[in-house]
Design a binder for this molecule. Structure first.
Ligand code: K1U
Ligand code: ZN
Length: 167
């Protein structure tokens, strides 16, 4: 297994719209294992393939503290959603930046699992939030882009300042 490099905002590659997976192969499963290892090592509770510069519709999520409830979502689609919830989000591609985004409180999704088998999942609370955040990555959208132009410019300035002091 391998730890993959996570693209850092505002890398333009994070704005790529991911393509559907046409066949789940051994290569897909190796990518999923490497994504899961990368997410656990970060540490994080979700990771989209976009974040590791692979532009295919693949997500891994594990919100458990025990790291034993891995969800693999290939070609996920939201088929129903209910309610609204504001949650303080973070992102491994925007380290150190946290802020609220309004999302559906619960979602029902259809997707393929790591064996290429279709399934549906009803999710609420943090799992639903994380699914929506990761599905945004597959559309090339990063959570800070829900914020006002003013707030986003402050985030970009903070990132630039941090990059300068790291040189
Ligand atoms: O997409 C990502 O970069 C992963 C992101 C997922 C996420 C977190 C919170 C709300 C919505 C989506 C993260 O995992 S950020 C790190 C994080 O939240 C966390 C890390 C360790 C333990 C618990 C949470
Ligand atoms: Zn993210």
């Amino acid at each position: 297994m391998a730890i993959l490099k996570i693209l850092q905002y505002p890398d333009e590659r994070l704005h790529t719209v991911a393509a559907p997976v046409t066949e789940v192969t051994g290569k897909t499963r190796t990518l999923i294992q490497n994504m899961a290892e990368t997410m656990y090592a970060a540490p994080g509770i979700g990771l989209a393939a976009t974040q590791v510069d692979v532009h295919e519709r693949i997500i891994v999520i594990d919100i458990s503290e025990t790291h034993d409830q891995l969800h693999t979502l290939i070609n996920p689609e939201i088929i129903a959603h209910h309610g609204a919830l504001e949650y303080e989000e973070g992102c491994l591609s925007v380290p150190g930046i946290y802020g609220k985004v309004k999302r559906a409180e619960s979602v029902t999704i259809s997707a393929l699992n790591a064996e290429g088998k279709p399934f549906t999942l009803e999710a609420s609370g943090l799992l639903a939030i994380c699914i929506q955040h990761e599905m945004d990555h597959l559309e090339g959208k990063v959570f800070v882009e829900y914020w006002s132009a003013f707030k986003l410019s402050r985030v970009l300035a903070k990132i630039k300042k941090r990059q300068r002091s790291a040189m």
